[in-house]
Design a protein around this ligand. Structure first.
Ligand code: HEC
Length: 440
């Protein structure tokens, strides 16, 4: 009797679970997933092409949403989960993917209105309390259509003393057209954009070399859905040296009508110098000697730098152009041991950065090896010219292989000692690669 009741009970709960799984509704199951993972971008005035706030808006996208989350095209996130743990990881859980799948497969019902969670109150103001705001002095005017090259705008800083920044938030003036953006600190004497007229927009090829030795540092950035960035990792902060100016770097997309944008960055400051500085390498390691032959569909390109002081690695943001396929960061410690700390697909449109959950200790002498692959064949739909030999350069038809790496280090560290090119990065230009087989 007892076993019978147990068996009956077991099958009843099983049936209930089965019925519930087929009863996925928008109000009860789907809306909470969209609120938490999608609406930051998918609402009117934001970067995504359609709003997913309500049932009537989301219903026509039921199958499209399923396809986008099953293929992991959405939410945008490109790191291979086998390597590294990241605090800004955006991937959906298997349960959430399952909910969107079942909803699409079972008629996409709206469900009971009383199951509906309260709508999210999206704030249009600052999420931080900025002590200082830097704004583009003039509006940038966008055409209705066509590709807009990266824009660089220098802004006067009027910084009369060293400033320590613990948090930054970049706010696009017009989120519909700002695909992603950064603001750089340009210390006094930097050669990059040295002769730029403040407020005037320049395109990449006109701006000169953004050189690490000049101490240029990214202080704020915007990707849709990114939010504010904290530089306080166990008491660290970023430095804006006295006399610095700023450079806005903007990637705009045209939105079908002529529009304008005035983006800005808010900074939270701390009075005293911290013990630890958060420093972002401006694109080092870099494969300045890279070469991709015409038509090559899978060219490996490797760069190497050696760490000159004890550091911690806290952030990884690969950078390539439209032929890039993937990017890996591998460490070779002074002991000879090696470790892959990041591997991910490359997507030129997104340029995402990855915050390490735990900073990684890099003792002096650690080699940072970055490995990228490129598709210079006609199969790559973004390839502007499959017949060209591709070299390092600033334009989209040139290529880059570089990484913006975030480091934590003692405040008084000499920036010129942080990284030096080594190994394959010292090889002469001219051969396909450099490749891993040339690594010693
Ligand atoms: C960080 C911003 C962002 C987030 C978060 C985001 N999306 Fe998107 N989504 C976009 C943008 C931008 C596009 C259009 C360009 C593209 O396809 O990359 C898009 C496109 C789409 C498309 C159309 C895809 C296609 O193939 O045409 C679907 C469907 C979609 N998103 C669903 C979702 C769902 C579901 C979520 C949450 C689970 C989500 N998105 C989260 C920005 C975002």
């Amino acid at each position: 009797m007892r076993t019978l009741r147990l068996a009956l009970f077991g099958s009843l709960t099983g049936m209930a679970a089965f019925a519930a799984s087929n009863n996925v509704t928008f109000n009860k199951d789907v809306l909470p997933v969209l609120q938490k993972n999608c609406q930051e971008c998918h609402r009117t005035g934001e970067v995504a092409p359609m709003s997913l706030l309500s049932y009537s808006e989301a219903r026509p996208w039921a199958k499209g949403m399923k396809a986008a989350v099953v293929s992991q095209k959405m939410p945008p996130w490109f790191a291979d989960p086998k390597y590294g743990h990241f605090s800004n990881d955006r991937r959906l859980s298997a349960e959430d993917i399952d909910i969107l799948t079942k909803w699409a497969d079972n008629g996409a019902a709206e469900g009971d209105a009383k199951d509906k969670p309260a709508p999210i109150a999206f704030t249009s103001g600052w999420k931080i309390k900025p002590d200082m705001i830097i704004e583009m002095p003039e509006a940038f005017n966008l055409p209705a259509k066509g590709t807009i090259n990266y824009q660089y705008i220098r802004v006067k800083g009027n910084i009369t003393e060293d400033l320590w920044v613990t948090a930054a938030e970049m706010r696009p003036g017009n989120p519909k057209v700002v695909h992603h953006a950064k603001m750089w600190v340009l210390p006094q004497g930097s050669k990059w954009m040295a002769n730029a007229v403040p407020g005037k927009p320049y395109e990449g090829m006109e701006t000169g070399k953004n050189d690490q030795m000049d101490g240029n540092d990214i202080i704020g950035k915007f990707n849709p859905g990114l939010g504010p960035q904290s530089f306080d990792i166990g008491g660290s902060a970023k430095l804006i040296p006295k006399g610095s100016d700023f450079v806005f770097e903007l990637h705009y997309t045209a939105a079908g009508e002529p529009l304008t944008d005035i983006s800005k960055v808010g900074l939270v400051l701390q009075k005293n110098a911290p013990l630890t500085r958060y420093y972002l390498s401006p694109g080092t390691p870099a494969a300045l000697n890279m070469m991709i032959p015409p038509g090559e569909g899978d060219q490996e390109v490797v760069a190497e730098s050696t760490v000159g002081v004890d550091l911690k690695l806290t952030y990884i943001q690969p950078h390539m152009h439209v032929r890039g396929k993937d990017y890996e960061v591998r460490l070779i410690y002074p002991t000879g041991e090696s470790q892959v700390v990041f591997k991910g697909k490359w997507d030129f449109e997104w340029q995402l950065g990855y915050d390490l959950k735990e900073p990684i200790v890099l003792p002096k002498g650690t080699r940072i090896i970055t490995i990228a692959h490129y598709d210079n064949s006609p199969n790559n739909k973004w390839n502007p010219d499959a017949k060209s030999t591709v070299l390092w350069g600033p334009q989209n038809w040139d290529e880059m292989q570089s990484g913006f790496l975030g480091f934590l280090m003692p405040v008084n560290t000499d920036l010129n000692k942080v990284l030096r090119a080594s190994g394959v990065s010292l090889l002469p230009k001219g051969k396909p690669g450099p490749t891993l087989s040339q690594l010693k």
